[in-house]
Write a protein that binds this ligand. Structure first.
Ligand code: ASP
Ligand code: MG
Length: 443
């Protein structure tokens, strides 16, 4: 079994959907996971926000506009009057469902039902397209098997069991279509895996089905060695280990949802990042193997807040760090980077929702300093001690940039530095010149 996930731009128009249909040819069993058509989830978020503000006329106008966009897709996607009618009836159902939310109070449960419409629509329209073209396939409702628990974590055992139940209903089928992103929660309500979560769906489904391979199809040719939006001449990395890919995805490479590495890693299923616009390109393969030069890639994550706690109480004391960490735990705020000296500890967070509360509690331990608008620049590679020299190259490249924190040794695949966001472009450019020039890209 293979899992093939297509993102929003890959199903973003009638024409793109047609190319997806040609990419999934072949008899070998597949589950195809689709995102919403590009722009749809953003439009649904906007509709939900408008409904929360009780601007119901405005919400209706947004719903009508989205409905019109989909009517156009139906016009372009199908050739027979019969399929056009079937698809338009489907649109009417979904959009009338959305319109119903404009008639009374809007709740968080309803918001999730609104957000789910994008994937429900893309998969249903695609299934109709396959039917019209005589390609046998089964539409599997993700809401029948994808589930998160009370902690909003995927319930892997349930997913594996229910997915088998669903698949067993169609013993002769080889092609299945299902929705990314959407799921049910512990209360059985419609929920989702958070923005960009379709990659995560694909990986969870891959793990649940014991797939041979998980393919993530997007509109670029794999994970690049540096941010292509900032630095010229970046190249796709042919091979990454699971850990390297997880670090890169977490620290800024937008192509893959960071959580999606874990299920694949646990089941040791290779993940391939492929390009629908250039299907022959090799893309990036993520697997247990670690190969290639010691420095593989650079990624940057903005919107970071650094917090420094200086305290005489830390000197020769134990239990101090625990008390600090407990504050972050109470506010469910993950810490990304951490460095310590004997009298101070610096750490970074990217979710500053409870920053004021956290700072107020930390002030009980000592003097607290907060720096906003920071960026973590993360260099990923295989930094085992015997590959010496990488550190020198990195810091040589960054010699003119003030470094606020440095983190190395936490894992063998990452060296991170914290800088002012204002210095990011310079840092990424200097690293590009300084650390990749002398390494042969494993391309
Ligand atoms: N449609 C959802 C989003 O735009 C999920 C995804 O595409 O991964 O966030
Ligand atoms: Mg995505």
């Amino acid at each position: 079994m293979r899992i093939l996930k297509f993102g929003g731009t890959s199903v973003g128009s009638a024409e793109r959907m047609r190319s997806v249909a040609s990419l999934i040819q072949g008899d070998e069993p597949k589950i195809v996971v689709l995102s919403a058509m590009s722009g749809t989830t953003n439009a649904l978020v906007q509709i939900a926000e408008t409904l929360y503000q009780n601007k119901n006329a405005e919400a209706n106008a947004l719903i009508d506009a989205l409905h019109d966009k989909y009517k156009q897709v139906v016009e372009e996607l199908y050739t027979t009057a019969e399929k056009k009618k079937q698809a338009n009836d489907l649109l009417t159902n979904h959009f009338d469902h959305l319109r119903a939310f404009t008639r009374d109070l809007f709740t968080v449960h309803e918001e999730r039902a609104v957000l789910a419409q994008g994937e429900l629509l893309s998969t249903a329209l695609f299934q109709f397209f396959l039917e019209e073209n005589g390609i046998p396939s089964v539409l599997l409702p993700a809401l029948n098997f994808m589930k998160i628990d009370e902690n909003e974590e995927p319930d892997a055992a349930y997913i594996a069991k229910q997915l088998q139940v669903e698949l067993a209903k169609y013993p002769d089928a080889t092609l299945f279509i299902t929705q990314g992103y959407i799921c049910r929660n512990a209360f059985g309500e419609i929920d989702n895996l958070k923005r960009g979560g379709s990659d995560y769906s694909a990986s969870l489904i891959g793990a649940a089905a014991d797939a041979d391979e998980i393919q993530i199809w997007t509109d670029i040719d794999g994970m690049h060695n540096n941010d292509p939006r900032i630095v010229k001449g970046t190249y796709p990395i042919a091979q990454l280990s699971f850990d390297e890919a997880a670090e890169l995805a977490y620290f800024g490479a937008k192509i893959l949802h960071p959580s999606s590495v874990t299920p694949a890693k646990q089941k040791n299923i290779p993940v391939r990042l492929l390009n629908t616009m250039e299907p022959e390109a090799r893309g990036t393969t993520i697997s247990a193997e670690r190969i290639g030069g010691s420095i593989k890639a650079v990624a940057a994550k903005d919107g970071i807040t650094a917090i420094k706690i200086k305290s005489g109480r830390m000197l020769l004391a134990y239990g101090f760090l625990r008390s600090v960490f407990e504050v972050f735990e109470r506010y469910k705020t993950p810490i990304d980077m951490i460095t310590t000296s004997e009298v101070a500890v610096s750490l970074t967070i990217d979710n500053d929702r409870f920053l004021d509360e956290i700072v107020a509690e930390l002030e009980k331990f000592g003097q607290v300093e907060v720096d906003r608008d920071q960026t973590i620049v993360c260099v990923v590679g295989d930094f085992i001690a015997k590959n010496s020299g990488s550190g020198l190259r990195i810091f040589q490249a960054l010699k003119d940039i003030p470094l606020r924190m440095i983190s190395f040794g936490g894992s063998r695949s990452n060296i991170s530095v914290l800088i002012d966001t204002g210095n990011k472009v310079e840092a990424l450019t200097k690293l590009n010149e300084g650390i990749f020039e002398r390494t042969t890209p494993n391309a």
